[in-house]
Write a protein that binds this ligand. Structure first.
Ligand SMILES: Cc1cc2nc3c(=O)[nH]c(=O)nc-3n(C[C@H](O)[C@H](O)[C@H](O)COP(=O)(O)O)c2cc1C
Length: 189
């Protein structure tokens, strides 16, 4: 069975961002799982302009938009790593998500939220669930809510709270299960 394509989108572009630690950790856990092949999309590197229209309705699309659309389209599953800003998720992530629609169809999505406080970004999680439902994606019930990110992850992504390893591996197992059953490869263009 070929490995499933998992696209990890890092939704923080803030200077000194700490969600990057969590994205690195998630990528490391994926790298150790032979059922998947993972790719990271760092929105800082993509550097999208403010969205004026969706892909397919703007010609030519801004640089990087067609490439990300193709990556989402061909992904068997997505993992979103998002910080919480003002009880929501960052505008830069919404801006990037809104470029696309059909590409998310029947795509399993796992949500990983990050906070330097004690609530693990639960408000960002709630918003992401709503948005991905509208986009036609299928949100995995298993979720990772990282609280106190400074104390939970070292700068290089090493988990300082061992529980995150088991939790994340469990989430990946469920994501693989769901992606296999949804079998996006069978019907996508
Ligand atoms: C504009 C802004 C608003 C924030 N609002 C919240 C918030 O509502 N709730 C929360 O738990 N953390 C909040 N934080 C702190 C983030 O949880 C913190 O920056 C954390 O490290 C994750 O985001 P990062 O990738 O930007 O570092 C906020 C941070 C910024 C920059």
């Amino acid at each position: 069975m070929p490995p499933l394509k998992v696209l990890v989108i890092l939704g923080s572009v803030r200077r000194g961002r700490k969600s990057e630690r969590v994205a690195t950790f998630v990528m490391n856990r994926l790298a150790g799982n032979e059922a998947v092949s993972a790719e990271l999309v760092d929105l800082r590197a993509v550097d999208f302009p403010i969205m004026e229209e969706r892909l397919g309705r703007i010609d030519p699309p801004p640089p990087g938009v067609a490439e990300l659309g193709a990556a989402i389209q061909s992904a068997d599953a997505l993992i979103i790593v998002s910080p919480e800003y003002n009880h929501g998720y960052p505008g830069v992530l919404k801006n990037a998500l809104d470029y696309f629609y059909a590409q998310y169809k029947r795509t399993p999505v796992a949500l990983v939220t990050v906070s330097d406080g004690g609530h693990g970004g639960v408000n960002a999680w709630a918003q992401l669930v709503t948005v991905f439902a509208q986009l036609g994606a299928i949100v995995l019930p298993q979720t990772i809510a990282v609280s106190n990110v400074d104390k939970s992850f070292a700068e290089d992504g090493t988990p300082l709270e061992p529980a995150y390893v088991k939790r994340t591996d469990g989430m990946i197992t469920e994501l693989v299960w769901l992606a296999r059953r949804l079998n996006k490869a069978e019907w996508r263009g």
